[in-house]
Design a protein around this ligand. Structure first.
Ligand code: F2R
Ligand code: MG
Ligand code: MG
Length: 308
């Protein structure tokens, strides 16, 4: 059964606003060891505005460029990232992207600049954390999704593991978009589809561990096996695990992801994107979504993406 048009729009909104809410809730704890759900909620309750970081700022750039070009244009997306960074450099960007933006502004081609960073490009989670617009826009076209996830990553995260991380996160969002939320999400099937989408390697190895981790309570083991770090392979599988551990509650999934510590804003953002895409906008608690900085603009981007 195809998703009803109004609910599909709600899922687009859920993925983009979910990114922002997860990012903003996790941001105060980035780099912390472990943190309780009560503390995360208490800090959010005290804030008048839930302020987002580079994760959402770059996600907005992806959406803006896809909308402007009715699809992917590498040169435009690279300059959109650079322009947005120049306007708001205080968003807590990772070390690599600002260097790439300078190269882009100096005239280096969009698909060349990312290869000049680290050895073989970056495998940080920066291209996966921003990929929600690609996941929803190409939710019914896995081949295009892979191509656009790959090329959008190439701009800043040219390492194969960076690109695979972005594709895996985008595909998790697409699968979630395609599913009617039910009381019995088939987690084995969800994981099997993700597994089939990925080549052999570290992502498959980690996805293979998720099912066993879901049936045991030791959160330390989750961090040990999947990671909670800044590398794409140490955070995308963790976000997928966090969604599958609490598929019927946006709040519980995101709080559980952030409570693992480490790269909390990013794992929160990626979990929020998958959960929002599955459950839809209304499942995001109003007390959070209403306080999200720039919410109107983010919802407008999501609505326009849905109309493409
Ligand atoms: N930057 C941060 N957090 C720092 C503190 C922010 C603070 N709260 C503030 O407000 O100032 N968070 C953001 O950065 C992460 C995304 O990073 P991104 O965009 O992937 O950056 P980069 O530099 O490409 O990669 C990150 C690190 O990964 C390692 N690495 C990557 N590729 C490597 C390679 N080929 N070889 C060796 N190491 C590699 C490096 O250590 C990179 O610095 C998100 O958490 C976002 O929230
Ligand atoms: Mg961030
Ligand atoms: Mg982060």
């Amino acid at each position: 059964m195809p998703i009803a048009p109004d609910f599909l729009k709600s899922k687009f909104l859920g993925a983009l606003v979910g990114t922002g809410v997860g990012d903003a809730l996790g941001a105060p704890f980035e780099g912390c060891f472990r943190v309780s759900s009560e503390e995360i909620e208490a800090v959010a309750d005290r804030q008048e505005v839930l302020t987002y970081t580079d994760d959402t700022h770059m996600m907005i750039g992806v959406a803006e460029s896809l909308l402007k070009n009715h699809g992917f244009d590498g040169e435009d997306m690279a300059h959109t990232f650079a322009r947005n960074f120049e306007l708001e450099p205080y968003r807590g960007y990772g070390p690599g992207p600002p260097h790439i933006f300078r190269l882009i502004r100096a005239g280096v081609a969009w698909d060349e600049a990312g290869q000049r960073l680290y050895r073989g490009g970056s495998y940080g989670n920066g291209s996966a954390m921003r990929v929600a617009p690609v996941g929803v826009l190409y939710h019914d076209n896995p081949a295009m999704l892979r191509e656009v996830a790959d090329k959008s990553s190439q701009i800043t995260h040219a390492h194969q593991l960076g690109k695979e991380g972005a594709a895996l996160q985008a595909y998790a969002i697409a699968l979630a978009t395609n599913l009617e939320p039910s009381s019995t999400l088939d987690r084995d099937d969800f994981l099997a589809r993700l597994n089939n989408f990925m080549p052999q390697g570290i992502y498959r190895e980690k996805l293979n561990k998720v099912q066993a981790l879901l049936s045991q309570p030791d959160r330390g083991k989750v961090i040990f096996e999947l990671g909670n770090g800044i590398e794409a392979f140490n955070s995308v599988p963790t976000a997928i695990y966090s969604f599958l551990s609490q598929p019927h509650s946006f709040a519980q999934a995101v709080l559980s992801a952030i409570s693992l510590g480490g790269d909390t804003d990013t794992i929160g953002a990626m979990t929020g994107a998958i959960s929002g895409a599955y459950l839809g906008f209304d499942a995001i608690p109003a007390k959070w979504r209403d306080k999200l900085e720039n919410r109107r603009y983010i919802t407008e981007l999501a609505e326009r993406l849905c109309n493409i």
